[in-house]
Design a protein around this ligand. Sequence first.
Ligand SMILES: [Ca+2]
Length: 194
Amino acid sequence: MVFRGPVRWTIRRRPATNGDAIINKIDLQLDDPAVQNSAVYEAEQADLNGATADYRPQGQSGAGTADIRRGQNVTFWVDSTSDGYSDLAFRYKDAGAAGVTVNGLSLGGGLDGARGGNWSTRTDRVYLSAGINKVVVTGYGGEVTLDKLTVTPVQAPQPDVATYQAEGGTLTGTAQVSNAYDMVRDNDRGTVVT
Ligand SMILES: [Ca+2]
């Protein structure tokens, strides 16, 4: 892994710590948008089941395309670093129709409507599981020329999370602050309210 730009390390210690600090974990967040960019899966490099790789120049991405006829399919193994939504963009053309499944679930509609030899792109926002996801394009009729699948993770908005420590509140009744609980760690300040 290559880090670009400044890296800031922040280590919090519990107030009761004396001597050496013990680091439980370090979280790294990658802020470089260039690294978090889309992943491109060329159809001609996918698993072709009956579909044919076509390397004729036709304005495609990469070296070629995959020609898909009825009953043939192309399988992409899409890697996702986490659970969440991604935009799947299929670039295709020619007079045919094909359906798409993601992890066995069919997407509504299909790849069709491309006419006149022009490239079209269909984009679907789908939920991917962390790890490997199976995306299959299956021909329904005619011939679909599939160029590539582009996968772009949808960046989740950062939640506005505010943390209020219990010991920072107003104590009433028999409530009192204690630091006698060693299991309190990570995001806590080492004290609890009992
Ligand atoms: Ca291609």
